[in-house]
Design a protein around this ligand. Sequence first.
Ligand SMILES: NC(=O)c1ccc[n+]([C@@H]2O[C@H](COP(=O)([O-])OP(=O)(O)OC[C@H]3O[C@@H](n4cnc5c(N)ncnc54)[C@H](OP(=O)(O)O)[C@@H]3O)[C@@H](O)[C@H]2O)c1
Length: 281
Amino acid sequence: MSRQMTFDLGGKVALVTGGGTGLGYHMARSLMRCGAAVVISARRQTVLDDAIDQLSAENLPGCVTASTVDLSDRSSLAALVEKVSASFGGVDIFAGNAGQDLMEHVDRITDRAFDQMMQVNLSANVELVRAFVPHMRQKRWGRILFSSSAAALCASPHEGSSIYSASKNAINTFARTIATELGHDGITVNSLSLGMFLTDIVRDAFTRLDREQGAGAGDAARDSFASMTALGRLGELPEIEGLIQLLASDAGGYITGSTLAVDGGLSIMLRPNPVTQDVGQ
Ligand SMILES: NC(=O)c1ccc[n+]([C@@H]2O[C@H](COP(=O)([O-])OP(=O)(O)OC[C@H]3O[C@@H](n4cnc5c(N)ncnc54)[C@H](OP(=O)(O)O)[C@@H]3O)[C@@H](O)[C@H]2O)c1
């Protein structure tokens, strides 16, 4: 008789970085729906507390706890690993979702901003994988997911995202490469090429556009992103949940090394070069 593959995550422990807000919150929620014990982490304790209150109020099959971390600080990262390992023995599902986009033009970005973005978007994920893979290997089962970006695959129409895009491209390559190293141990690794979802990181970018280019620039950017998708709209946060359940469970057990586009068709569209368009060429 053929084996029935399920979405059940009962008995699994998941860590979702950036799990108190935006896409990470919905990742945590979707994993809890399947019965996982989820740890959400981020810098702001109050945001994590609010997320726990809201998630707990839904009476989902899984449970949630929180652990603060600053991913740009190696000692804070080590403390997170220690705390999660002491509480749960390790992590079966790691969603490296937290990210930063400091939106600075390439010739103005400071060394500090560069280091911070690469540390949060890339190095912290590498360090957390290194910390949690031994436990996954031992269990011969593991799931690793990264929140990457459509900006890793095609140039963003808005200036200031070169380092962000580079860090996201690096995480895609990292995911593909470790998928080959870890596959024999039953560990799958995938990255999500995310399009535009209206979350804090995106609202901040639009607010900054308003400040730098005048009121309305943020709204114009939002509309222009919507018009660049096949679906003609931005993504809604719950639209991430089904894919997370698939990739994190046995149901998605044969999906590995992929960069999956969750972008409303943004990446399949042809569009004009924003720079030549702006200068009227
Ligand atoms: N929304 C989109 O359209 C979109 C598109 C492409 C890719 N993405 C990616 O999706 C991921 C989630 O972003 P989001 O859109 O959901 O935005 P968000 O709500 O702003 O999430 C970013 C999360 O990362 C956490 N974070 C940032 N810096 C951190 C640090 N140094 N240490 C620990 N946690 C940190 C933030 O929490 P604290 O501030 O409390 O630390 C926050 O929870 C990011 O990797 C982003 O690049 C999003």
